[in-house]
Structure formats: structure tokens, C-alpha cells
Design a protein around this ligand. Structure first.
Ligand code: FAQ
Length: 334
């Protein structure tokens, strides 16, 4: 069982006494709220955790284009097409900022892609679900971008400078994405009975996968304790999931749609909604590659990588020619 493979939160974080002097100094900088920059000394674990998280995040942005890209030609109006096209292009841009941030940690974009294609690196579970109707595009913007913002706003304060700075720009664009999704949902929810039914159906299918985006429960999370000690993560998975539910329920009410959770209830004492956890077996199955669209998504990425090989080779040959020309000119000038 995957759950048996993971360590519980709190394990594996070194106490101050166990740290080397370099590690102690590094932790002091983190605790003082300083940003860590690419050339600064960092523990190997910090570097690896960032490569894993930023790489996974970058892959998610790129793979995340696929479910929505599927609807660009079928968007109902020219304006909706233009908006969706711009959104999908934004996601490509986010992937590129994030690959650049990962490159500052000493790995190449090619290596990151190879890790994805060989199954060693992940992308967000959410993108393994299909987009069956136009309302799904509304649900993705509203719920998936909504969950992404909830997770990424705190990441603007993450301890690694290049990641934090990439997140500032990404969050601005994600807010626009969330609003465009909500706008589609509003139109559908206030439309014909059939449109309303489609909007409710999209919410029914995307609600629990959106809750899964925040990762496993805190007690099953492998990396949270160390990532929070290093301020790579600012909040736990469960904290963010709760915030997302609290924010989204009133939005669903405004739409006149029903969250597919009969046990969802405001808890006066806690000051939060009580809600049903997603099916974690389904989550781990999706992570193992057994979600509805895992094979399609990986196939699309593999095809794009193979079919783009000639472009990468051409660019490398061009760069090499320019380098050789510059070297020859410098030699002639001596
Ligand atoms: N999917 O110990 P934790 C977007 C893995 S937003 C797949 O709790 P961690 C925008 C995790 O990697 C989506 N795998 O892990 C957009 C680990 O496995 P590993 C992307 C997941 O890292 C919108 C294991 O489970 N956002 O793309 C997931 O501390 C619309 C144990 O978990 C980010 O990546 C999952 N949902 O916390 C684009 C945000 N959850 O690596 C297009 C940055 C967990 O040891 C259209 N990332 N796992 O093999 C994070 O904040 C964190 O990495 C978490 C997971 C919170 C996702």
C-alpha cells in the first residue's frame, strides 16, 4: 500500500543539535525570513525537495493545458475561444517560468522532461480527469485554478527566491483564470435547464479531484514537516484544503449549485465547514498511473517531446554556429 510507504509528518526533520554548523546557519537564515538564492549554500535535501516540487509544478502547468486545449476549437463563441486560448497559453508560460526556476538549482529542462516521461516525476493528479462538456472548462477555472491559487498564494513567500518570484507573476494570472471559470459557471447555472444540469454535473465530477490537489492528509504527507521547516511549504495540505472548502461553498451557493457532499455542514465551534474527505484510494490509484486519462496525457507529452526533437536540435545547431562565429571574430580581433 502506498500509505504504508510514506512516513508520517514530523519524522526525519533534524533537531538543531543534529545539524552541522552550515545547516544551522542555513536554518537561521530561513527562520529569519531571508530568501535563499541560487548561488547560496543549501543542504542537498533542500535542493532536491525544490527540484521535485518545482519540477512537478512545472509539469502540471504543461500537462494542465491538455484537458482545456481539448475545448479550444469547441468553445461556444469567438470570445470564449479567445479567452480560453489566452488562458491555455498562460499555463504554458507558467510552465516555462517554473522550468527556469528549477534550472537555477542545477538541473536541465531536458532532464526534468526525461524524469516525467520515465515516470520518475509526477504532475498534479487533477489533470488525469477528462473534460467531457463545456461546463467542465468552467469547473476547471473555478475549482482547479481556485485550488491552485489557494496553494500558490502562500508560495509567493516560499524561501527560495526564484520560486517565490515566479509565483508572484503566476498568481496574478491564475486570478484571471479563476474568474473566467466562475463566469462560465455563472452563465451555465443561470442558463437553460440543460445548461444548469451540465454545470451541476461538472461540479459533481470535479469537486473531489479538486480537493485531492492539496495532497494527502497531513498524517500521510511524506514531505510536509521538512518542507515547512525549510519554509518551502508555508501551510499544511489539510489547512489549505479547509481554506479552499470554506471559500468555495458560498461561491457554489451563489451559483445555486449543490456541492456533492451530503455531510457538508458549517461547524460553528470550529468556524469552518465540516466536509467529507476525498476517496484516498482513488488518489493513490491516479498517482500510480491508473486514473482515467494518465495514459493519454503521458502519450501526448511523449509525442510532443519526440516530434519537437528537430526544433531542439536546430536551436542547438544555431547556437553552436553563433558561438563559433563569435569565437572566430574574437580571434581575428586579437
Ligand atoms: N498530484 O508529502 P506530500 C496548476 C505526491 S496547479 C500528484 O504531501 P508535497 C495550475 C507528492 O508529490 C497544480 N501527486 O508532498 C493549473 C509526493 O510524492 P513524491 C500543481 C501528488 O510535495 C490550473 C506524495 O504525493 N501545483 O497546475 C499530489 O509536500 C489549471 C506525498 O505528498 C503544484 O504543484 C497531487 N495532487 O505536497 C494549470 C503546487 N499531492 O513527490 C492548468 C506546488 C501530493 O514524493 C490548468 N506543489 N502528491 O513522489 C505543492 O504545493 C506540493 O508539492 C503539494 C504536495 C501540496 C502538491
Amino acid at each position: 500500500m502506498y500509505a504504508q510507504m510514506v512516513k508520517s509528518t514530523g519524522e526525519g526533520v533534524k533537531s538543531r543539535e543534529e545539524m552541522t554548523p552550515e545547516e544551522r546557519h542555513f536554518q537561521d537564515r530561513i527562520d529569519a525570513g531571508e530568501k535563499i538564492e541560487p548561488k547560496d549554500w543549501m543542504p542537498e535535501g533542500y535542493r532536491k525537495t525544490l527540484i521535485r516540487q518545482i519540477g512537478q509544478h512545472a509539469h502540471s502547468e504543461i500537462v494542465g493545458q491538455l484537458p482545456e486545449g481539448n475545448w479550444i476549437t469547441r468553445a461556444p463563441t469567438l470570445q470564449r475561444k479567445a479567452i480560453l486560448l489566452a488562458k491555455v497559453q498562460d499555463e504554458a508560460g507558467h510552465g516555462l517560468y517554473l522550468y527556469c526556476a528549477a534550472e537555477t538549482l542545477g538541473v536541465s529542462r531536458d532532464w526534468l522532461t526525461e524524469q516525467l516521461l520515465s515516470g520518475k516525476m509526477k504532475y498534479s493528479s487533477i489533470f488525469n480527469y477528462p473534460t467531457l462538456t463545456w461546463a467542465d472548462i468552467g469547473a476547471i477555472g473555478w475549482l482547479v485554478d481556485g485550488a491552485a491559487i489557494m496553494n500558490q498564494v502562500p508560495l509567493q513567500r516560499t524561501s527560495y527566491g526564484p520560486y517565490a518570484r515566479a509565483m508572484i507573476r503566476i498568481c496574478k494570472e491564475e486570478s484571471f483564470h479563476q474568474r473566467q471559470g466562475y463566469d462560465i459557471m455563472l452563465k451555465m447555472a443561470r442558463g437553460t435547464p440543460e445548461q444548469r444540469r451540465m454545470a451541476q454535473d461538472a461540479l459533481n465530477r470535479f469537486w473531489y479531484p479538486a480537493l485531492m490537489m492539496f495532497g494527502p492528509s497531513d498524517k500521510e504527507s511524506v514531505h510536509s514537516a521538512q518542507s515547512m521547516a525549510w519554509k518551502i511549504k508555508i501551510n499544511t495540505n489539510d489547512e489549505l484544503r479547509q481554506k479552499f472548502v470554506d471559500q468555495t461553498v458560498p461561491q457554489a451557493e451563489y451559483l445555486g449549485l449543490t456541492i456533492p457532499d451530503p455531510d457538508l455542514k458549517w461547524n460553528e465551534e470550529r468556524g469552518h465547514y465540516d466536509f467529507t474527505q476525498p476517496d484516498w484510494n482513488e488518489f493513490y490509484e491516479v498517482l500510480r498511473g491508473n486514473g482515467p486519462c494518465n495514459a493519454d496525457r503521458m502519450e501526448a507529452r511523449r509525442r510532443a517531446w519526440e516530434e519537437g526533437a528537430w526544433v531542439r536540435e536546430g536551436l542547438m545547431a544555431h547556437a553552436e554556429k553563433r558561438r563559433a562565429r563569435r569565437a572566430a571574430a574574437a580571434q581575428a580581433a586579437e
